[in-house]
Design a protein around this ligand. Structure first.
Ligand code: GLY
Length: 396
């Protein structure tokens, strides 16, 4: 606690970080009757301002991530109802679009990769349909003649993350969530229990439970005892936004993605005419520079898939930071320090996992335990006996 400033405000729940994960946690907690506050200098900002918003549980499936697949699918299934409930609560449209995804291959290597993905999807009980190149072009006439085949996944949808963040902010305000617009500098710990945070200006905020939901910045909160927060690293993604003039519409009618020369590229068409092209994956620390090389590679790969994109106005270039955990799966629920819960480390799946995270965190905050669907994502999965043992022995 700051020496000159006794706690001014006390809430049941204090969420550190007002990105979509922090906001959905706060909204759901407030709906359960918990007095809730959020600390963030710019709530509604963060990686959601950059993300494309693919809800791609099936087409973003990676080997070794089968545990995550269950939670991703559960969250994808909840999206239509979640989007409708949030739109109602906020009076804002989220740009949720059940338009499906087409993952295509340009050469025989890409096609072999996609065939393997298809086999993995089938083994995992997922629905996807293999199409020839001609069938792909019949669905999406703007695709390059060189497209050799593809996977049609009607269940992989999209949402507009900027609208999602804006809607969550309004829903939180309407649910009575308090906003502290400042930086949380230090976690307060008393008698081996988290008791709130101290802001950069010295203001102390007290809470029954503190939730660390700081995205890639989660590791920057001082005062978190060693071993309590598994490492959360920033993984840079550069993303472009183009505009589809009315005369070209519909340019694409669903998300189109591919692996081109080993790099993943996707094109996400919004109903409002925006076309989002992403994304690089770069482990460069806190750097968020948009580079000529990043823009060049995205445009080069996107142009190979859809040559007509070079006709479109380029309206925005931006880079964001994904929060990567040691196994790239989220860290959810009670940590080894009583009074501190985590909702971070969502890596590539923050937008997709927003509905499930809200429900999981509301359950964890009201019962002290994770629901069955999220037990695999406890932060304690990385705990070793040494630095955290002291805290794990305390009653939760
Ligand atoms: N989920 C898309 C990305 O992280 O690039």
């Amino acid at each position: 606690m700051h020496p000159h400033s006794p706690p001014r405000d006390t809430t049941d729940v204090l969420v550190v970080g007002g990105g979509i994960i922090g906001l959905v946690t706060a909204w759901r907690a407030a709906q359960r009757g918990l007095s809730t506050a959020v600390v963030d200098p710019e709530p509604g900002g963060g990686a959601a301002q950059v993300a494309a918003g693919m809800l791609a549980a099936v087409t973003e499936l990676h080997y070794g991530e089968e545990t995550l697949l269950g939670l991703n699918l559960a969250s994808a299934r909840r999206y239509p109802e979640f989007a409708a409930e949030l739109a109602e609560a906020s009076g804002r449209d989220l740009g949720y679009r059940a338009c499906g995804t087409l993952a295509v291959a340009l050469d025989s290597d890409d096609r072999a990769h996609l065939r393997e993905l298809h086999a993995l999807q089938e083994r995992s009980g997922l629905t996807s349909e293999w199409l020839s190149g001609r069938e792909c072009r019949r669905l999406e006439p703007m695709l390059a003649p060189g497209v050799r085949g593809g996977l049609r996944v009607d269940g992989d949808h999209q949402v507009d993350p900027r609208r999602l963040a804006a809607a969550l902010l309004v829903a939180c305000e309407r649910a009575g969530v308090i906003f502290h617009r400042g930086w949380a500098e230090r976690l307060s710990v008393a008698a081996d229990r988290a008791t709130g945070v101290v802001l950069a200006d010295g203001t102390a905020l007290a809470a029954g439970q503190t939730v660390l939901a700081g995205g890639s910045l989660s590791g920057r909160l001082a005062g978190v005892p060693e071993g309590v927060l598994p490492s959360v690293r920033p993984v840079k993604g550069q993303v472009l936004r183009l505009a589809v003039p009315q005369r070209y519409a519909p340019f694409l009618s669903r998300t189109v993605r591919a692996v081109v020369r080993g790099s993943s590229v996707y094109l996400v068409p919004r109903e409002n005419g925006e076309l989002v092209v992403g994304a690089t994956t770069e482990e460069l620390g806190w750097d968020t520079t948009v580079t000529a090389g990043g823009v060049y590679e995205l445009l080069r790969d996107a142009h190979e898939l859809v040559p007509g994109i070079t006709e479109l106005p380029l309206t925005e270039t931006r880079a964001g930071l994904r929060p990567g955990s040691p196994d790239n799966a989220p860290l959810l629920g009670p940590s080894a320090l009583p009074g501190l819960q985590l909702a971070t480390g969502h890596y590539r799946n923050g937008v997709l996992l927003t509905p499930a995270t809200g429900d999981v965190m509301a359950h964890a905050l009201t019962t002290g335990e994770l629901p069955d669907e999220a037990r695999g994502f406890t932060p304690l999965r990385f705990a070793d006996a040494s630095p955290t043992q002291r805290f794990m022995e305390q009653p939760a």
